[in-house]
Design a protein around this ligand. Structure first.
Ligand code: DMJ
Length: 605
């Protein structure tokens, strides 16, 4: 009897609040969340400025610093410099975030300090990829923001100091590309160039994620060497793909041979895919689009399993490692830009589930054993889930994504905030903290969370974000003529022969829309995005598993097998259909949601 009454109440509540995704997010709540993120940013920034600046990164537990630029990507911590005192890495990484938060005064102060004090003439061996995305990207982006009159910055006193610094750094990169293959060394000494007996091992992202920053540098300085070095490396890398259009993770840049044939969308490869597509948006070259399109199809075909992405051997396409990694969480964000919103939403939901399960995203989770990786249980304040959440909210305006943002903000504040800043998590099972705040926390994590709740920076502007979250404007002057398949909309401006028109990355139609009836005897359209899973026998979390886990409290109220069956059936149809509604207005979504719930209730009752 008690159970019966309780069930009636639950169902009545469901009628009153028909859509579980309906949100409490009104503009006051949005503002409140924005202010919460602003506070986080300044807590991190001020602690860095007080205890670590001008060194590279903050150690928030001991309130000290680490000169970590030469440690980035340096897993064995080899060849560390003796007399290196940092290059204010976290300050450089914070520049574009300061502008987005509207703090022109602090931005100006930082620009002035950097122009008077920063030098790259230091005996430090750094990772080309890391230095490119963090330092070169940070400087180039900040230079563009400083010269953009709409930001009303540096009232007349800005004389391209950041560009001069960026060019100096870019010049120091060039010797790394002076190789027979055109593939760059992974390491370069900023003062002395490539070191003797330098390792020839590098990664796919190390060779393939340089084009945005180096291309922008060439466009800004008129010196084509940076862009052509990055382009040559990218083309060579692409020529090394397998017949399945897959690439490995590590390679020998001298011989052009693969070392690690297994790869996925995570560590060592992630930004390679991102840069193919974003380079196409930024520079408009069809070439980038063709490469990206084939690469994207191959990823969806060989790595995807339902909402998850495993690794596969580039030669055979056979699955190798069934692991979820925290870095992979950027993929739904990229899929939003591509226009594959349904796929983005499905994967994103699973990352959110894992975030909620552990409180933050663990670095590696073994999908086949459903357990954490024994040694990679850490969470170093990574931004990827916040990034995808921001993109999905931009595309759908579904307030549910703001709720996800709120979850992320609350977790960061409860588990990682310490008096001296924000600390990485060493082990997500104990939430033990570690004495390190990575610069990307300010460059990306805080920035994407802020933009989720306040995107006023983006209004009437066309920016793409580099892999480190630094905005670059999409300018018709930087673009080749774009192909006809573009449909004018509101993302990028392109110059046609006669007139300037707007064009959109989201209108490229990479994937056909999912048929709403698919799964009811109808065949799904065979496409890159909706190909059947490679291994149907493999068990990962599916829709129903997720639902069972997430909503077991509601389910446990239904004792009768028949009711559970109806419930599952309705949720399955509803969940299959809902992503495609993400393109529609919130009102339509709510109406459809309500109808579903009412229909469901009539049937069960
Ligand atoms: C960032 O430095 C960049 O986003 C990079 O491409 C990989 N991820 C880290 C932060 O997690």
């Amino acid at each position: 009897m008690l159970v019966y009454r309780f069930r009636t109440w639950v169902l009545l509540l469901l009628v009153i609040f028909p859509d579980p995704t309906l949100s409490h997010f009104d503009s006051a709540k949005k503002k409140q969340m924005r202010e919460k993120v602003r506070k986080m940013f300044y807590h991190a920034y001020e602690n860095y400025m007080t205890h670590a600046f001008p060194h590279d990164e903050l150690k928030p537990l001991s309130r000290s610093f680490t000169d970590s630029l030469s440690e980035l990507g340096n897993l064995k911590l080899e060849h560390l410099p003796q007399n290196y005192n940092g290059t204010a890495l976290t300050l450089i990484e914070s520049l574009s975030s300061l502008v987005i938060l509207g703090n022109c005064t602090e931005f100006e102060r930082a620009v002035l300090w950097l122009s008077e004090n920063l030098t790259f003439d230091v005996d430090a061996r750094v990772n080309l990829f890391e230095c490119n995305i963090r330092v070169l990207g940070g400087l180039v982006s900040a230079h563009i923001l400083a010269t953009d009159s709409t930001n009303r910055l540096v009232q007349g006193s800005y004389k391209n100091q950041l560009l001069v610094l960026a060019e100096d750094l870019g010049r120091r990169f060039l010797p790394a590309f002076d190789t027979p293959t055109g593939l760059p060394y992974a390491w370069i000494n900023l003062k002395y160039g490539v070191m003797k007996n330098e390792t020839t091992e590098t990664s796919t992202s190390g060779c393939g994620s340089l084009i945005l920053e180096m291309g922008a540098l060439s466009r800004l300085t008129g010196d084509p060497r940076y862009e052509s070095a990055a382009l040559r490396a990218l083309r060579k890398l692409w020529s090394m793909r397998s017949s399945l259009n897959l690439l490995g993770t590590t390679l020998d840049m001298e011989t052009g041979e693969w070392i690690e044939h297994s790869s996925g969308i995570g560590a060592g490869v992630d930004s390679f895919y991102e840069y193919l597509f974003k380079a196409h948006i930024l520079f408009g070259k069809e070439d980038f689009w063709r490469m990206f399109h084939s690469a994207y199809l191959a990823v969806q075909k060989y790595f995807r399993h339902g909402p998850w992405y495993h690794e596969a051997d580039m030669r055979t396409g056979k699955a190798t490692y069934w692991q979820l990694t925290s870095l992979q969480a950027f993929w739904p964000g990229l899929q939003v830009l591509v226009g594959d919103i349904a796929a983005a939403n499905t994967s994103h939901r699973e990352f959110v589930y894992v975030w909620k399960k552990f409180g933050v995203l663990p670095e590696r989770y073994l999908l086949d054993h459903q357990m954490l990786h024994p040694t990679e249980k850490y969470y170093p304040l990574r931004p990827e889930l916040a990034e995808s959440t921001f993109y999905l909210y931009q595309a759908t305006k579904d307030p549910w994504y703001m709720e996800v943002g709120e979850t992320i903000v609350n977790s960061l504040n409860s588990y990682t905030k310490v008096e001296g800043g924000f600390a990485s998590i060493r082990d997500v099972t104990t939430m033990q903290t570690e004495d390190h705040m990575h610069s990307f926390f300010l460059a990306e994590t805080c920035k994407y969370l802020y933009l989720l709740f306040d995107d006023s920076f983006l209004v009437d502007r066309n920016y793409i974000f580099t892999t480190e979250g630094h905005p670059l404007p999409v300018l018709s002057a930087w673009q080749d003529r774009l192909p006809e398949i573009y449909i004018p909309s509101n993302w990028t401006y392109v110059k046609d022969e006669k007139k300037t028109k707007r064009s959109s990355a989201m209108s490229l139609q990479v994937c056909p829309a999912l048929s709403l009836n698919a799964g009811h005897g109808e065949q799904l359209a065979e496409s890159a995005c909706h190909v059947p899973d490679a291994r149907s026998d493999h068990k990962c979390f599916g829709d129903e598993d997720y639902f069972l886990l997430a909503d077991c409290t509601v389910l446990s109220l239904f004792q009768n097998q028949k009711e559970i069956h109806w419930l599952l059936k309705y949720f399955a149809t509803y969940k299959r259909m809902r992503p495609s509604l993400k393109h529609s207005t919130p009102i339509l979504q709510t109406q459809v949601d309500s109808l579903y719930w009412l229909q469901f209730l009539t049937l069960v009752w």
